[in-house]
Design a protein around this ligand. Structure first.
Ligand SMILES: CC(C)(COP(=O)(O)OP(=O)(O)OC[C@H]1O[C@@H](n2cnc3c(N)ncnc32)[C@H](O)[C@@H]1OP(=O)(O)O)[C@@H](O)C(=O)NCCC(=O)NCCS
Length: 246
């Protein structure tokens, strides 16, 4: 079984964005779609908010994957990579990734290539300053670029850089085993998202594209795709799900 072409043409990436609902009935509808291992994981969260976010994200993911595959959400079988990246069996021909932050869930789906997605809430720094965090997680060039910006733009730039890097990390599915300082993305939040250097895997400069996504005020989000082909990105709110067939 493969993704139905009428719903997901080969050169498209669809991103669905969901604000986790607060009402118990909708949350229960999402939860009812979860597999046994997912229910067990949901119930291990200490805080109800985390449980609801996880359940809504997994429920929505199952609805999206089920829709594109033409099966029920409950029939979707997820597998996990070595570092935890969820995926479908290869024969389905469908790749996806999801991210959550605050009450937002972002889901990317495509049949074109591997994808990674990240959404982050713009948070105030804790014990460590933003530049301290950048020195820990960013490359030398990224840190220099960030430090050169005036302070008012550093918050947006920090999270632009973070989401671009994280989307790239999630594309590869290797978690933090991927050398964070060994690749660089564009830092300026007003410039297009771009992979600028990848000494650890030089071929990625040709085959990786980054796309900043639309996000609610106070959030940043980015998508990474691993394809040399130009893809069309369609970002849609959950209120438009399911989409009409073409
Ligand atoms: C596991 C990891 C994906 C966590 O990412 P995160 O930003 O904390 O959380 P997100 O909400 O964006 O992503 C989590 C989702 O990605 C998916 N995921 C899990 N492991 C993954 C992996 N190795 N690769 C890609 N996606 C993964 C899952 O769907 C997961 O959500 P779920 O388990 O609720 O379904 C991983 O990249 C990581 O450990 N990142 C650390 C963050 C960091 O220090 N980044 C450095 C700054 S650039």
């Amino acid at each position: 079984m493969t993704a139905t072409a009428s719903h997901l043409p080969q050169d498209e990436v669809h991103v669905w964005t969901l604000a986790v609902p607060g009402d118990p009935d909708t949350l229960a509808t999402f939860r009812a779609l979860l597999a046994g291992d997912e229910l067990a994981r949901a119930d291990r969260f200490v805080f109800a908010r985390d449980r609801h976010n996880f359940s809504a994200a997994r429920g929505a993911l199952r609805m999206v994957l089920g829709f594109y595959l033409g099966i029920t959400p409950q029939a979707v079988v997820l597998h996990y990579g070595r570092h935890g990246k969820p995926n479908l069996a290869k024969e389905f021909g469908l790749r996806f990734n999801l991210s959550h932050a605050g009450s937002w869930v972002y889901l990317a789906v495509t049949s074109a290539c591997e994808v990674g997605i990240d959404v982050e809430r713009l948070r105030a720094p804790g014990r460590h300053s933003r530049l301290d965090l950048a020195r820990r997680f960013f490359s030398v060039d990224e840190v220099a670029h960030l430090a050169a910006l005036d302070e008012a733009r550093q918050v947006e730039a920090f999270f632009a850089c973070w989401t671009r890097k994280e989307a790239y990390i999630k594309l590869h599915g290797r978690g933090l085993t991927l050398p964070l300082a060994q690749f660089a993305v564009s830092v300026d939040p007003d410039q297009p998202a771009r992979l600028e250097a990848t000494p650890w895997l030089p071929g990625d400069l040709q085959r990786t594209r980054l796309y900043d996504l639309t996000a609610a005020p106070g959030y940043r989000a980015c998508l990474a795709t691993g394809s040399t082909r130009a893809l069309t990105l369609q970002q849609r709110p959950w209120s438009a799900f399911p989409p009409p067939a073409n």
